[in-house]
Design a protein around this ligand. Sequence first.
Ligand SMILES: Cc1cc2nc3c(=O)[nH]c(=O)nc-3n(C[C@H](O)[C@H](O)[C@H](O)COP(=O)(O)O)c2cc1C
Length: 195
Amino acid sequence: MELKEAIYGRRSVRKYNGQPIKGEDIKEIIEAGLMAPNASNYQPWYFVAVANPEKLRELKEVMERTSEILTPSLTARFEKYPQVVAETKQFIRLLGNAPCCILAFLLKDDEEYKRKETEFVESVAAALENMLLTAYEKGISSCWMTGQMEAEMDGIIREKFAPGRGKMIAMVTLGYSDQQPKAPRRREGRYEIIL
Ligand SMILES: Cc1cc2nc3c(=O)[nH]c(=O)nc-3n(C[C@H](O)[C@H](O)[C@H](O)COP(=O)(O)O)c2cc1C
């Protein structure tokens, strides 16, 4: 697949058909993440891919609470669109029926990591985008999620899945799509080129 096709064709998918993803595909997706540019080559990330059904169920228990906590802010944000609120809540609760979810953390939780947090978060984000594009190339859809942080449930997720690691940065659902979302319109006026 051409890189351009992946960049323009990838969409956030919030509904999956439940078909499992092969372990070797998950490994390849994560390893593409590890090839990302990163601050001073610290490789300051730690990823946990959860594909075991029992562990996914445990994660969804936390996400069920996340969905409840986020209900007031979702309702306010999408006041005129109750359908969007219902669909978003459903996605958060059930992770869209994704067979795999990658949890992304900073590698460590120490003073240096606090000092360099911005650069390290940027590094993890670069790795995640590599993963999304690599997944897309394999016909696997994804959605980047940070709602668990807004709901302040990230500490619980870290304790359960990555004790002793650093701050949670995001999670990414992975699965075979059960929907064809359109690309949200990209807004004008977000860059300039100084020649
Ligand atoms: C940092 C970040 C956080 C996001 N958090 C969420 C989230 O919590 N829930 C969700 O459904 N989508 C989330 N998304 C996906 C965005 O909503 C999506 O990328 C955006 O609407 C553009 O759509 P596209 O990915 O299809 O181009 C997040 C994306 C990023 C980069």
